[in-house]
Each structure stands twice: as C-alpha cells, then as structure tokens.
Ligand binder design. Structure first.
Ligand code: PMP
Length: 346
C-alpha cells in the first residue's frame, strides 16, 4: 500500500544498522559503539536510544498514541523534511499545501528539488475543499500537507473535510496538529489512520508541552510508514538529553493542562482587548496559542514594538494576509507589557 508511494531508492534502501539497534536485552558492558568509556556523571558518553522507547511509552500513556504508531523526530520539522525525502522524487513529484500556512513545508520541498503547489484558502480562511480536490485530481501531488489549527491563522478545519481530501488523495496526506492542545473539542486525524494508512499526523512537544529547545516532534502513522521512517532517519536523531526532557514534560501532564487552560483564557481576554483597539481592523478567531490581527500599518506597528523591545511576527508577506501581525500568547506579565505598549501606540 505504502510501498508504491515511496521513492525507489528509499524503497530499496538497506538501512544503516546502528550498534544500539542490534540488541535489545539489557547488558553490563557496552563495547559496541566506539563511545568514550567515561563522560562525567551525565550519562551522555553513550549514544541515545534510536527508538526513544522510554519517551514513546510515556507518550502512549499520556497522549494515548499507540507505541506501534509513533516515532520521534528532531522537531516535527525533521519529520516534514523526512516525509518529503521518503516519498518525493526530486524534479518529478510535488507537494500540495494550503496558503497561507506554516512555511517549512515549501522550504523543505525546495531543498529537495520538489515542486510546491499552492491552493489558496477561502476568503474566510477555511480550506477550499473543492479547489483542493480538483487540484489533487489534476496534479497528483505525492504529499498533501494540511495544518490544523493552521499557523498563522489559528483556524481549525473540520475532520470531515480532511477525511474527504485524504480519501480522494492517492498520495500521502500529512496533518500537522502542532497546536491541537489549544483547540476546543479538537478531533484528531489520528482516528483516520486505521482505515486510511496514507494519513500521517505530526505532533510536537514544542508548543503545549513547553520543550521547544529539546526539538521533539512526533510522527503518528501506520506501522508500515513507521518502518520506512525508522530506516531512513539518521540513527541517533534525538539526543538523550532531549528524550529525557520530553519524558519529564510528559510526567507533568497536569501542569501542562493548567498552562494550556491559562493560555486559552488569556487568548480570549487578549482577543477582546485587541478588538477594542482603534487601529486593529480584524482579530482572527484563534484555536492556537497565538492570535492573528489585521491592522492599518503592520510594518509601522512591528517597528514600534521592536523599539519597545517586544517582538511579534509580521505575516504581511503571506498571500491574503497583508497588514497582519501574529502575536504569541505569553505570560501574564508579558501580555501586560504588550498591552501597555499597544495602549500608547497612536
Ligand atoms: N508545524 C507547525 C504548524 C509549526 O508552527 C511549527 C513551529 N513553529 C512546527 C511544525 C515545527 O515544530 P517543531 O518545533 O516540532 O519542529
């Protein structure tokens, strides 16, 4: 099923067999991987677990993601890059993305010599399902990336629409759910994988779980896709320090839930505040940990905030998003400082 979608050199690849992946039993003496026999007391003289088993078992328990369906990337960015390299033939295949959306899908496609087909969102920033279905039929992209909640709009797309697109698409449909923890009543595309193994889902511990610096992305997929990912990825792609940081973050699930609740509350209050400002023309309703606004002059506002030592993201270069600014929901103190600066902006 997945075999026929792979590019031929990945399909035929004889994977590198790392020292650590050739045995699974506990052992006392490790003389197999040319590591240093000593390295202080941090334990990082040893290579990390290529399977990130301890972390993935914790993910199974906390995130209800079955062990046989998960793999860890060095951030979900690495997984996006890997998916393109696993499935796309440079100079021949294409990916399809909605625009505006997260920028790395097209950057990684371009670094692999893969074409990018853009389908614009509707004027209300929803997925244009008809245009996507028509383009999929005509151009046969190898991967369709859908980001929900979408970055930078904060919009969630209905699972029924995603299901219909994934069924019509004979290639891979990759659903990026990086911000799903901040969405109300979110219906994950993980539920589609059983009946459609061409669906893969991307998650990350960089947002709600608060360990962006550790670079921990999650590929949730059919075990067949997992097997290909495991043979194509760099053997030790996620450091032991990162695996441990992710494990600890997952052990604090209650704290994470509380932080997410607080972030959502602050998002609602901050969105209302933004709507009351005379120079804010539109506040886009967000289901993520950021809010997108349209203002009279995004560049002037951006520069002003920089002068107040506050950095937001000017998204005006994206199609349909002229004069827009994306603001991450920060701490109470950070949002207060931002409000004071905005109150003084004329
Ligand atoms: N997907 C989306 C939609 C994002 O916004 C981001 C980061 N901004 C990523 C993926 C990358 O996440 P990670 O830190 O896991 O590489």
């Amino acid at each position: 099923m997945i075999e026929r979608l792979l590019n031929p050199w990945i399909r035929d690849l004889i994977p590198y067999s790392s020292a650590r992946s050739e045995f699974s039993a506990p052992a006392d003496i490790l003389l197999d991987a040319n590591e240093s026999w000593e390295g202080g007391n941090s334990g990082i003289n040893r290579y990390p677990d290529p399977l990130a088993l301890k972390l993935r078992k914790k993910m199974e328990e906390v995130l209800s993601l079955p062990l046989s369906m998960t793999a860890i990337g060095n951030g979900s960015d690495e997984i996006i890059d890997m998916l393109i390299r696993m499935f796309c033939i440079p100079g021949k295949d294409s990916i399809l993305i909605e625009r505006p959306t997260y920028g790395t899908y097209s950057v990684f496609a371009h670094t692999s010599g893969v074409d990018v087909i853009n389908v614009m969102l509707t004027p209300s920033l929803d997925l244009d399902a008809d245009a996507m279905l028509e383009t999929i039929e005509r151009k046969k992209p190898k991967i369709v990336f859908i980001c929900t909640p979408n970055n930078p709009t904060g919009r969630v797309y209905p699972l029924s629409v995603i299901r219909a697109i994934a069924e019509a698409n004979s290639g891979i449909t990759a659903i990026d759910e990086a911000y799903c923890d901040f969405a109300d009543g979110f219906e994950s595309a993980v539920s589609l994988i059983n009946s459609n193994p061409r669906v893969v889902v991307l998650r990350t511990l960089s947002k709600a779980y608060g360990v962006a610096g550790a670079r921990l992305g999650i590929l949730v997929s059919d075990p067949d896709v997992q097997r290909v990912f495991m043979k194509a990825k760099p053997p030790y792609n996620v450091s032991s320090l990162s695996q441990e940081a992710g494990y600890k973050a997952l052990c604090e699930a209650e704290k994470v839930r509380e932080r997410v609740r607080e972030t959502k509350e602050r998002r609602t209050a901050f969105s209302s505040y933004l709507a009351s400002l005379p120079f804010v023309e539109e506040v886009f309703p967000s289901q993520a940990n950021f809010v997108l606004i349209r203002v009279q002059n995004a560049k002037a506002l951006y520069d002003y905030l920089v002068s107040r030592s506050i950095i937001v993201r000017n998204r005006s270069s994206e199609p349909m998003l002229d004069n827009t600014i994306r603001i991450t929901i920060g701490s109470e103190e950070e949002m207060q400082a931002l409000k004071e600066a905005l109150d003084e902006w004329k």
